[in-house]
Structures are given as structure tokens and as C-alpha cells.
Design a protein around this ligand. Structure first.
Ligand code: ATP
Ligand code: LTN
Length: 334
């Protein structure tokens, strides 16, 4: 709760090019939430460096991501869109919350296990501590609701546990956040291995469709998507590749999976894949056009970055000061 309005926070890492999984599982569900909530959408660049990044590339991706937030329909006058690294309260609160989070809790995080396997040569403390910074992001804004894909549920549970622990000691300091999971598109799978989620850091470029892919690339990737030898378009776990394509098509068209099954009854995989590709292109095109327009308007985007960072810092510092007082840090002399 902030100033009597319910508040909402979400973020995305600038670690790669945004996929349609990120869009459908997260970004798309964010638009229009600002009517009900005070919304904060952050480009979590501090989380990004838990994996080694090329500095110029990180900067470029972070800006692209921020522009994609806007291009996807988030109005920057109604939603606070900003970079995590521009608001120092994130890192400061994370430090304090570190002292209220147990090693055992962090060791159980599946994202940590996955990422440490993937980056065995760089299992740094930041990677281990990642969920605490995420908890700080959320709790700084007294968030009631956090829209994320299902893969982030474990981190959200941890956030709730840490917040409850803190409140248990110091009184009601933090709002306890709830997850908000979109109904369709909550988990889009890899096109090359439908047992894995589609991920922007996948090494195989055919596994993911990027929001900025051109129509030919989208079509090619759809046509190459792994299916099976059943030859029927049914929505069931035995056919994970087809099921995933149905999910993507549903998410693009708003049709229910049963309706999609009916629509393609008797049709082959080839036709279906083309339809999926076309449906994707039609939702991606307007986003790409708006992104191109924003890329040309540096002054406008810079203005948003500055204004929104100030707004975010205002709210974040309010919570941070309260927490600092509670834990016993000396008062500031004004
Ligand atoms: P990385 O490959 O760098 O781990 P990622 O593609 O998994 O990245 P994140 O930055 O971790 O994406 O996630 C951004 C948001 O997108 C989160 O809310 C997450 O739940 C959602 N998301 C990520 N992948 C998918 C997916 N395949 N389907 C649905 N939602 C997803
Ligand atoms: N960990 C998230 C990104 C993230 C986030 C957050 C999401 C960082 N901080 C706060 C929601 C709320 C991810 O990897 N998708």
C-alpha cells in the first residue's frame, strides 16, 4: 500500500533479448494494472551482473528493455518505469534483509541451482544472494501484488517469509506481497525442447522467439519447432511441443486451447505452425514499430528515465528509512 493505493512491483533482467515467453508470461499482463495499482516496473540491471556481462552490451540491453516496456503499452506517466541501479535503496535494503535470510533458504532455490550449473566457473555470492535483492525490490514499494511467471514463485515465497520474519520482530513494517500469475502464457516452453522453459539466455537461437525477431525469422523458428509423430493437434501433456504451440497461439489470439483444437481439427502440423507464426507476427509488429520510434527519440526516453527514477527513489527511501530506524541505525542529523 502506498498513499492509500495498492501497489505493485515487477522487474525483468536485461540479460538477453526479450522472448515471447517474457512478453506473454510477464510484460503483457502488466499493461492496464495501473488503474488499480500504483505500479513500478523496473529494469533489474543489478541482478544482471550475477552473470558476467559485457558493459556496453548490458547498457544497450537495459535501455532496449526499458523502451520495450513502453512499446508494449506501459504508459510511463502512469507506471513508474526505471533502472534498479538508479535507486540505491535497492542495494541498501538488500543488505539489511541479508541479515534476516538464512543460508539454508537460499540453498534451496532452484534458480540458484540451475544457474550455478550453467555458470560453474562463476558461482559468485551475488548469484546466491539474488533472491534477497529481489525481496528488497518488492518490499521497498510495500507491494501488494507481484506479477511474475510461475518460475518466480519460489522467490516470491521467500520474499514473504523474510517479510513476515522481519515484521514478527519489528512490527508491521512490510506489506506481505501476493503473486499474480497470468492465466494463459504463464509458461511458454522452448521450441527446441518443450520440457524446458523458453529462456532469453538459451544458447540455441531457434529455441526462443525474440520479441524483436523479424517476420521471416519468426516463421522459420515456428516451422522448425519440435513436435512429435502423432500427427494430431491435441492439447495434452503427451504432446508437449504441440501443447506449447497451442498455448502460444491462444495467448496471441485470446482463444481457449479447446477452441484452437477445434479450429485445427484435421489439419496438419505444417498449417498449424504457419498460423502460429502469423499470430505472433501480428502481435509483435506494433510493438516493434513503437520501439523503433522510441529509439529515435532520445530526449523523451531520457526524460522518462530521470523523472521515474526520482519517483521510485522517493517511495523506496521512505521504506528504507523506516527499516533503518527499526533495526537501530542512528538517526540522520539534518
Ligand atoms: P534468463 O534466461 O536470463 O534466466 P528468462 O528468459 O528466464 O531469463 P527472466 O528475466 O528471468 O527471464 O524473467 C522475466 C519475466 O518473464 C519473469 O516474470 C518470468 O517469470 C517471465 N518468464 C520468463 N520466461 C518465461 C516463459 N518461458 N514463459 C512465461 N514467462 C516467462
Ligand atoms: N528474478 C526475476 C526478476 C526480478 C523480479 C524482481 C521480478 C527481479 N526483481 C521483483 C518481480 C519482482 C526474474 O528473474 N524473472
Amino acid at each position: 500500500m502506498l498513499d492509500g493505493k495498492k501497489s505493485l512491483f515487477s522487474g525483468m533482467q536485461a540479460t538477453g533479448n526479450i522472448t515471447i515467453g517474457n512478453y506473454m508470461g510477464a510484460l503483457r499482463n502488466w499493461v492496464s494494472l495501473n488503474e488499480e495499482y500504483e505500479c513500478f516496473f523496473c529494469v533489474v540491471d543489478e541482478h544482471s551482473i550475477t552473470i558476467r556481462q559485457d558493459p556496453a552490451e548490458l547498457r544497450r540491453r537495459a535501455r532496449n528493455l526499458l523502451m520495450l516496456y513502453i512499446a508494449s503499452g506501459l504508459d510511463p506517466k502512469k507506471n513508474c518505469i526505471y533502472y534498479q541501479s538508479h535507486v540505491s535503496a535497492h542495494a541498501e535494503l538488500a543488505w539489511i534483509l541479508n541479515c534476516f535470510t538464512y543460508m539454508g533458504e537460499l540453498s534451496r532455490m532452484t534458480q540458484f541451482k540451475d544457474k550455478s550449473q550453467k555458470h560453474a566457473d562463476n558461482i559468485n555470492a551475488g548469484l546466491f544472494d539474488y533472491p534477497v535483492l529481489m525481496a528488497a525490490d518488492i518490499l521497498l514499494f510495500q507491494s501488494d501484488v507481484v506479477p511474475v511467471g510461475v518460475d518466480q514463485m519460489q522467490h516470491l515465497e521467500l520474499t514473504r517469509d523474510v517479510a513476515q520474519r522481519f515484521n514478527g520482530i519489528y512490527g508491521d513494517v512490510f506489506t506481505i506481497p501476493e503473486a499474480y500469475i497470468g492465466k494463459v502464457g504463464a509458461k511458454i516452453m522452448s521450441l527446441q525442447d518443450p520440457s524446458k522453459k523458453m529462456s532469453k539466455s538459451d544458447e540455441n537461437p531457434n529455441a526462443s522467439i525474440y520479441l524483436m525477431d523479424d517476420p521471416d525469422t519468426v516463421m522459420r523458428k515456428c516451422k522448425r519447432a519440435v513436435t512429435d509423430s502423432e500427427g494430431v493437434i491435441l492439447y495434452r501433456d503427451e504432446q508437449p511441443g504441440v501443447k506449447n504451440l497451442i498455448d502460444i497461439y491462444s495467448a496471441c489470439t485470446g482463444k481457449k486451447p479447446e477452441e484452437v483444437v477445434k479450429e485445427f481439427d484435421g489439419k496438419g502440423y505444417g498449417d498449424f505452425k504457419v498460423a502460429v507464426g502469423e499470430a505472433l507476427v501480428s502481435i509483435m509488429k506494433p510493438i516493434q514499430e513503437e520501439h523503433a520510434r522510441l529509439s529515435q527519440d532520445k530526449a523523451y526516453v531520457d526524460g522518462i528515465i530521470k523523472e521515474n527514477a526520482e519517483k521510485a527513489a522517493y517511495y523506496a527511501n521512505k521504506t528504507l528509512r523506516k527499516v533503518q530506524k527499526k533495526v537501530g541505525f542512528p538517526e540522520r542529523i539534518r
